[in-house]
Design a protein around this ligand. Structure first.
Ligand code: NDP
Ligand code: 8X3
Length: 251
């Protein structure tokens, strides 16, 4: 049966690939992000290629009012959201704690933690009233281990891990599944954002091994939604073959 899937951060990387895999499996998708032109382009592409419906909402997850008013502006027929993929997020900078920028810290906390909370809280009433839903939160291997110069990024992902566990307990009474997905290094726009457009620094992260792709992660996200009603993957770590954990990559 066709589902309605809301993906945050669908203008790039995992979010874009996730919107595509759901669309290719004949599900209707709500795509969100700040870059409206990319959303418009993706909407046209997915509708034409797969014959499904796409609804696009452009907003900044850091802005609580915008997040709520955007989600509450959804027409009635789009409110029966079956799957929410909380993917929008970023790392900003990679510096020792004493050198790191407070603006970067606030940006990561506001996006990765508060943004995820706003979107979830706005979507939840649509799920609780139907006693049905699946929330998928993008953590990271950085949610499991803290690495040098990872300080606040790792803290935001540890928060996503803790919140996923907590949502799972509190939302069970509404029959809502909560899955946390923790990818290791994946080549998307992530490192370009982290290193503020420094391509040489970004490329270096993926040198000497084959990292995950956005499609690899999207396939796993999709898989977790394809299981029988009574089965839930709670927590899943995935890395490329060359990576064992946050600290060890065999190059
Ligand atoms: P990308 O940079 O390719 O994509 C990030 C997406 O998040 C974009 O669509 C961007 O859209 C959106 N986004 C960022 N900030 C905001 C905001 N304030 N409001 C709304 N949307 C926002 O990165 P990835 O696809 O790699 O990352 C996706 C998630 O996966 C993140 O949470 C990241 O932390 C996590 N992750 C990434 C890994 C990696 O190695 N790539 C590994 C593990 C986890 P726009 O700019 O248009 O708003
Ligand atoms: C992204 C992977 O290793 O940069 O979450 O933290 S890492």
């Amino acid at each position: 049966m066709s589902k309605i899937v809301l993906v945050t951060g669908a203008t790039s990387g995992f979010g874009k690939a996730t919107a595509e895999i759901f669309a290719s499996n004949k599900h209707n998708v709500i795509i969100t992000g700040r870059r409206k032109e990319r959303l418009d382009e993706l909407k046209n592409e997915l509708e034409q290629k797969y014959g499904i419906k796409v609804y696009s909402l452009s907003f900044d997850v850091r802005n609580r009012e915008e997040a709520f008013s955007s989600i509450n502006s959804l027409p009635q027929e789009w409110r029966a959201i079956d799957v929410l993929v909380n993917n929008a997020g970023l790392a900003a900078g990679r510096d020792h704690f004493d050198d790191a920028s407070m603006e970067d810290w606030e940006n990561m906390l506001d996006t990765n933690v508060k943004g995820l909370l706003y979107v979830t809280k706005a979507v939840l009433p649509f799920m609780t009233e139907r006693k049905k839903g699946h929330i998928i939160n993008l953590g990271s291997t950085a949610a499991k281990e803290v690495y040098e110069k990872g300080n606040v990024y790792c803290a935001t992902k540890h928060a996503v891990d803790a919140l996923s566990q907590s949502m799972r307990i509190d939302l069970l009474k509404h029959k809502i599944k909560v899955t946390a997905i923790h990818p290791g290094a994946a080549e998307t726009e992530f490192s370009m954002v982290r290193f503020k457009g420094d391509k040489a620094q970004a490329d270096k992260i993926y040198e000497g091994y084959q990292p995950l792709s956005a499609e690899d992660v999207a396939n796993v996200i999709y898989y977790t939604t394809s299981l029988p009603e009574h089965v839930c993957i709670n927590d899943l770590v995935l890395t490329c073959l060359a990576q064992a954990n946050s600290f060890y990559t065999h190059k």
